[in-house]
Design a protein around this ligand. Structure first.
Ligand code: F6R
Length: 365
């Protein structure tokens, strides 16, 4: 039932504060992260883990790419991420003491499942799935399961499942870290950020009307670029995927530092450029990337932290986002990106919940 919403996708976007609460339920105890459902053996495997390999497709792959930033930053262990359709068909080398992780909303994606079956023959320490479907093949085939609690997702374009994946991956990252002696201060700083996340997502949702107005600027365009740096680069990739999927506008994401290596040639006044600019250690570098684009006549739409000190001016429209914690900023900045693709699709009159040529669960390769 769509309730008061025009599409399931919009309903699912607005469910995200609750989805985050549900995903955290019972897992934050006295400001500590405890996941009881992984089973006793998991901690032993986590203590021995010296590398992580993550496999997924589509939106779930973008969640994996964000997790890579966290795992290498907080745990200082290598994290490799690959799309399932590549991994399953090539000769792969396994780093010693690696943990194999799949991420999937449906738990039935054919390529991801095949990659998991292959991994079981390859000498990993163990296999773990971050999955939204408790009764799925991936849950059955994996040693360990961390359930995301997004509830049933009906819109073909994944929204709330993505947010639940990111929250779950953060819980998992800390759980692996604790098995390896992560200090309490680090854990507490992550718990603080997670506890504030539902409210931060709520205030991002309050931008819906402003983003609906903004979407007019995209509906007639044929291309859009999304820029981010660091852990926001995968968020830019996810934003580009959403826009392609439901509004049929060609979109690409670039790590902002890569612009001068080619894509700057695309910039003219017909090319809208969306930038995700949270307050982090890369903000100053991102600002110079913004200037590179503006000075070449690009039309910039910058989603920036309130305190980022980027002003709207000729060629730049700024949308303030409240996100106090750098680590959870990917979840917060995802919200305006989802809303943007949604409202552009509505103007274009596409079938938002059931975009052409796509299926919710890709059980054939
Ligand atoms: C994008 C989308 C797809 C899925 C992909 C993987 O909005 O829905 O890209 O993310 O097909 O599906 P799961 O997560 O079920 O393995």
């Amino acid at each position: 039932d769509k309730g008061r919403y025009r599409h399931f996708m919009l309903k699912e976007i607005f469910e995200q504060p609750q989805v985050v609460n549900d995903t955290l339920e019972g897992r934050l105890v006295n400001h500590k992260i405890i996941i009881e459902t992984l089973g006793a053996n998991a901690n032993k495997v986590f203590a021995d883990t010296r590398a992580v390999q993550i496999i997924a497709c589509g939106t779930s792959y973008h969640a994996a790419l964000v997790a890579k930033y966290w795992i290498e930053d907080y745990l200082n262990i290598p994290c490799l991420v690959e799309i399932a359709s590549e991994y399953r068909y090539r000769e792969t080398a396994v780093l010693p003491n690696s943990l194999f992780i799949t991420i999937s909303q449906s738990g039935e994606t054919a390529d991801t499942l095949a990659a998991l079956k292959k991994a079981k023959e390859q000498g990993y320490l163990g296999t773990l799935t971050v999955c939204n479907s408790p009764a799925s093949s991936m849950v059955r085939e994996s040693d360990f399961t961390l359930l995301t609690r997004a509830g049933t997702e009906i819109g073909v374009a994944s929204t709330k499942a993505f947010t639940a994946q990111l929250v779950s991956l953060m819980l998992l990252m800390v759980t692996i870290g604790k098995a390896q002696g992560m200090d309490e201060a680090k854990e507490k700083s992550i718990v603080d950020a997670l506890e504030h996340l539902p409210n931060e997502i709520q205030s991002a949702l309050e931008q819906a009307e402003a983003i609906e107005d903004l979407s007019e600027a995209f509906a007639e365009k044929h291309h859009t670029l999304f820029l981010g740096r660091g852990q926001q680069y995968p968020i830019a990739m996810e934003a580009a995927l959403k826009l392609k999927e439901i509004s049929y506008i060609h979109a690409e994401a670039y790590a902002a530092g890569e612009l001068k290596h080619g894509p700057l040639a695309l910039i003219d006044k017909e090319m809208p450029i969306v930038v995700v600019a949270p307050k982090d250690n890369l903000l100053e570098k991102l600002k110079s990337n913004i200037e590179e684009v503006r000075s070449r006549g690009g039309q910039l739409f910058v989603f920036a932290d309130e305190s980022a000190n980027i002003q709207s001016s000729d060629g730049i429209t700024v949308f303030p986002i409240k996100s106090q914690y750098a680590i959870t900023a990917p979840m917060v900045y995802t919200i305006p990106m989802q809303l943007l693709s949604y409202y552009v699709a509505v103007i274009k009159g596409t079938d938002v919940d059931q975009p052409r040529n796509l299926a919710k669960s890709v059980t054939v390769e």
